[in-house]
Design a protein around this ligand. Structure first.
Ligand SMILES: *Cc1c(COP(=O)(O)O)cnc(C)c1O
Length: 354
């Protein structure tokens, strides 16, 4: 018998979420962001299910190559551009669109054999990647004058589109930095796409919403009409009866406050379950909510079955996904759904469903 854990990926949910993104995007075109193995959903699988996207955005050249080998014909945006000189011929070979965020990358483009489109990234306040007032003019002119650069699209990224700061200061800075430049524009991640229509411009770049999670702490994915694309599920593999005061799991940090019945689930941090999920983190057993108790270990977690006498060995468990949002589990574990989805481990078998 295989270990009962599995990740079910719904191609239909991915396609549905892309349609939701499309209703927000209006006339803007959509880069489906499928970096990090499509946030854990599988690169080729996600590209297939999101085949109606106008383009795909990734980070690694190996990911871009895999997409081309899988027959992807849409444009592919390299979100961090080129890293070394060996990447330059790959831009031509796989017809990739690099983000250019640093003068060093413009120097490297000298080795291009044939023209490419590029994204010119400006730093409008996030202070991670991008040209600033000091070098944006020179960088933009160098790209426009470059004999092997076709379209230059102007781009920035928001630091707090989902939070209290919003986008207005960065929008203003972006406008000032690019006012003398012409070309299409791309600004919005999922949060900006949903919340700030003024950021839509020519191309939007949703990621997390395509996977059915909410970019916002205070708005659920369900309220946004999104469907979870990944369900991590397993089963109860053992039960224990605890007397009041007895501990459970490593460190015995959790103590039974009364007589308790405990279920042991075949899922641990080596499967991608967050180790910091404390007692109280929600989990579904037999489609009913209960909670994690005791420390998450490498291969197992323990859950409270005290009020579920009928839940025994073999009872189905949902860690997140259908019926229990990854956003909620992540919040209880002090992290984000992004991290949970990306962490789904290679040892977890994947089942693709329509
Ligand atoms: C990851 C990424 C996105 C997608 O962000 P979400 O919050 O997942 O929608 C968009 N743009 C850039 C530059 C990114 O790196």
């Amino acid at each position: 018998m295989p270990r009962p854990i599995r990740a079910t990926i719904s191609a239909g949910a991915l396609a549905h979420n892309l349609r939701i993104a499309r209703t927000h995007a209006g006339r803007a075109r959509i880069w489906a962001v499928i970096k990090a193995n499509a946030y854990g959903h599988g690169l080729e699988r996600a590209a297939r299910a999101l085949g109606a996207a106008d383009g795909f955005a990734v980070l690694d050249f190996a990911e871009a190559e895999r997409l081309r080998r899988a027959g992807v014909t849409q444009p592919i945006l390299m979100l961090e551009g080129i890293f070394t000189a060996t990447d330059v011929p790959l831009l031509n070979e796989y017809a990739l669109t690099p983000v250019i965020h640093h003068p060093r990358q413009i120097e490297l483009l000298g080795a291009l054999a044939r023209p490419v489109d590029v994204y010119f990234k400006v730093n409008s306040g996030m202070n991670r990647l991008g040209f600033t007032t000091a070098n944006a003019q020179a960088g933009y002119q160098a790209l426009r004058a470059h004999p092997r650069v076709n379209t230059v699209t102007l781009m920035t990224h928001f630091a707090d589109a989902d939070g209290a700061t919003g986008v207005s200061a960065q929008l203003e800075r972006f406008a000032a930095l690019t006012e003398a430049f012409s070309g299409p524009r791309s600004l919005a991640n999922s949060a900006a796409l949903v919340r700030f229509p003024e950021t839509h411009a020519d191309w939007v770049r949703p990621g997390i919403m395509l996977y059915g999670c909410s970019p916002f702490a205070d708005r659920s994915a369900e309220a946004l009409g999104l469907k979870p694309a990944m369900t991590l599920a397993s089963e109860i593999i053992a039960t224990q009866e605890l007397a009041r005061g007895e501990g459970v799991g490593y460190g015995l940090g959790y103590r039974a406050e009364r007589e308790m019945r405990i279920g042991v689930v075949a899922c641990g941090y080596a499967d991608g379950y967050p180790r910091h999920a404390g007692a109280g983190t929600p989990v579904l057993v037999n489609a009913r909510r209960t909670r994690v108790v005791g420390r998450v270990s490498m291969d197992m977690i323990t859950v409270d079955l005290s009020d579920m006498p009928q839940a025994g060995v073999g009872a189905p468990v949902t860690l997140w996904g259908e019926g229990l949002s990854a956003d909620e589990v992540a919040a209880a574990a002090g992290t984000l759904s992004y991290e949970l989805l990306c962490a789904a481990a290679p040892r977890v078998p994947v089942v693709e469903v329509r």
